[in-house]
Design a protein around this ligand. Structure first.
Ligand code: SF4
Length: 247
């Protein structure tokens, strides 16, 4: 697996990392999907929210140009491990234009990926920060930042086909790590997990095609501040994913 970062310009969506055609990806595959995602306006409430946040901005970021659009996944198109979160954060990925980049959840996620050898650096601050993921693709169940981090069931269902197509195109994928109950539920529907165990940190479920789904508590501030999720707990999930892809 190579070290591949997929960057998309805020002005002109491009998928240079994807166009290399690795892992079954190409202009008609992941690249095409990413362009469709970035252009999507199917959920009126989310379109209004993501654009309002991008206009009003947080005081700390008032001099930055927000992305303000849907977020495609990014990482290694030949990844064995796919990480699925809930949705972009209003002032995180909705600002920076890259999943989990520029917020506290991302700080935890990418630090853990770095400790476990899956990222070249522990931080993720902007689309051009030099981050490269090794054998990992990062995406989310819903592509637009939702108010209060809560997409409606209709919005979740509207966005589900994007995740289904993305997972189908990531043909080297063997393990999916779902961050949080919401991501777990959506992934189960996307890949057809019928015998679904109750969500819990470290719980595993098998898809009918032999792929494994691992649950993790979401690295949200609510979980990390309270100690519900610790660094060793998050690292253990990625170490388990590495074990599974090595067998
Ligand atoms: S949440 Fe998904 S389906 Fe809804 S507007 Fe955003 S990209 Fe489109």
């Amino acid at each position: 697996m190579g070290l591949v970062g997929v960057a998309i310009s805020p002005c002109q969506p491009s998928v240079s990392g994807v166009r290399r055609g690795q892992g079954g990806a190409g202009p008609s595959g992941l690249g095409q999907l990413q362009q469709e995602i970035v252009a999507c306006r199917a959920c009126p409430r989310l379109v209004a929210w993501r654009e309002e946040v991008a206009t009003t901005r947080k005081a700390a970021f008032r001099n930055e140009e927000y992305w303000g659009r849907p977020l495609p996944g990014f990482g290694d198109p030949e990844a064995s491990i796919v990480i699925v979160g809930l949705a972009p954060a209003a002032h995180g990925a909705n600002r920076t234009g890259r999943m989990f980049t520029g917020d506290r959840s991302g700080d935890w996620l990418f630090a853990s990926l770095h400790r476990t050898g899956l990222a070249n650096q522990p931080t993720s601050r902007s689309r051009d920060d030099g981050l490269h993921l090794h054998d990992v693709w990062v995406t989310a169940a819903v592509r637009c930042a939702p108010p209060a981090n809560r997409p409606t069931p209709d919005e979740r269902d509207q966005c589900l086909p994007f995740l289904r197509r993305e997972l189908d195109l990531l043909t080297s994928m063997r393990v999916i790590v779902a961050l949080g109950q919401f991501g777990y539920d959506v992934v189960c529907r996307a890949i057809g997990v019928t015998r679904r165990p109750h969500f819990g940190h470290g719980v595993e479920a098998a898809a009918s095609d032999g792929r494994t789904l691992i649950c993790s508590y979401h690295p949200s501030q609510q979980n990390t501040f309270t100690g519900r999720l610790t660094e060793p707990m998050l690292d253990a999930v990625f170490r388990r994913a590495l074990e599974l892809v090595a067998t």
